[in-house]
Design a protein around this ligand. Structure first.
Ligand code: SAM
Length: 251
C-alpha cells in the first residue's frame, strides 16, 4: 500500500524559508506571444511549434524568451511521466523536478496522479512564475509545491527524506549549439556537468533528461555496482527529441 507522507515531512521537503512562496507573480520577462511579428527572431521556430509544446497554448501559456529553448514538448513530458510512474516502486511517492523551467515536466507529473507530492524547483523567479501560471491553466498548480531556489542547495536540505523520493532532472544543455557534435560530451555540459548533477542526486533514484546524442559510455558509468541504467530515446514524428537515463539510487 502506498504511504502518504505525513504533513511534517512535506513541510520539511518544501521548507526553504524565504525561497518558497505560494504565488510567484509574472514579470516583464514573461510573455504570451500571439502574433509572429511580436516573437524575437531566434525563438520564432519554437513558437511555430507552440501547440506541440503546450497543447493549451492559446489558453494563455506564458514563457520567458529563454524558456522556449529548454521546454519539454508535452507529448514527450507525458510519456516520460508515464514511464517514470511505471518504473518506480510504489513505496516512492514524491517526485522532485529540480530544473522545473516553464513547467513542461512538472505539469505532466501532476497530471499523471501517480505522486502524492510533486515538487518543482526553479531558480529563476520569472521562469517559476510562468511554470506556476501554466500549471494553473492545466488545472494542477495546487498539486505542485513550488520552490524558488538553487536545486543543489535544496537537495542538501532534503537528504533525510530521500528513500521515498525520485528526482527528475532536465538541466540546461549549454545553449542551442549542443547538437553540433556527433557525440555529446556530458563531462563538459554547461553550466553543470553530469558529475555535478549525479553527485547531487545519487542517493535517490533519478531520471536525467539529456541530449539525444549523449555519450552512452559516460551514462553507463553512473550505474551503481550490480544495477543497470535504462536509457530511453523519446521521439516525436520519427525524430528523437532527447533521451532519459533512469538511474537507480546508489546503495
Ligand atoms: C532545460 S530547462 C528545464 C525545462 C523544463 N523541463 C520544462 O519542461 O519547462 C532548465 C531550467 O533549469 C533552471 N536552472 C538552472 N540552474 C538551476 C539551479 N541550480 N537550480 C534550479 N534551477 C536551475 C533554468 O533557469 C531553466 O529554467
Amino acid at each position: 500500500m502506498t504511504r502518504q507522507p505525513a504533513d511534517h515531512e512535506i513541510g520539511a521537503l518544501s521548507s526553504s524559508q524565504d525561497a518558497e512562496s505560494k504565488t510567484f507573480p509574472l514579470t516583464d520577462e514573461c510573455h504570451h506571444y500571439q502574433l509572429r511579428e511580436d516573437v524575437p527572431w531566434d525563438i520564432q521556430k519554437y513558437w511555430e511549434q507552440r501547440y506541440s509544446i503546450f497543447s493549451m497554448y492559446d489558453e494563455g501559456i506564458y514563457m520567458t524568451d529563454d524558456a522556449w529553448f529548454g521546454v519539454t514538448p508535452e507529448p514527450v513530458a507525458v510519456q516520460v511521466a508515464k514511464d517514470l510512474a511505471e518504473s518506480t516502486p510504489t513505496s516512492k511517492t514524491v517526485v522532485i523536478d529540480i530544473f522545473a523551467g516553464a513547467g513542461g515536466n512538472a505539469i505532466a507529473f501532476a497530471l499523471s496522479d501517480r505522486w502524492s507530492t510533486v515538487i518543482a524547483v526553479e531558480k529563476n523567479p520569472s521562469v517559476i512564475a510562468c511554470a506556476q501560471h501554466n500549471a494553473e491553466i492545466y488545472g494542477v498548480s495546487d498539486r505542485i509545491t513550488w520552490i524558488n531556489d538553487d536545486c543543489f542547495s535544496y537537495l542538501k536540505k532534503i537528504k533525510p527524506y530521500s528513500s521515498e523520493t525520485v528526482i527528475f532532472a532536465s538541466p540546461p544543455w549549454g545553449g542551442v549549439n549542443y547538437s553540433l557534435d556527433d557525440v555529446f560530451n556530458l563531462k563538459t555540459m554547461l553550466p553543470y556537468s553530469i558529475k555535478d548533477i549525479h553527485s547531487a542526486c545519487k542517493t535517490m533514484d533519478s531520471a536525467l533528461y539529456l541530449p539525444r546524442t549523449s555519450d552512452l559510455k559516460q551514462i553507463a558509468r553512473l550505474a551503481p555496482e550490480g544495477k543497470k541504467v535504462e536509457v530511453v530515446q523519446y521521439c516525436m514524428q520519427g525524430a528523437s527529441k532527447a533521451l532519459v537515463a533512469y538511474i537507480p539510487a546508489a546503495a
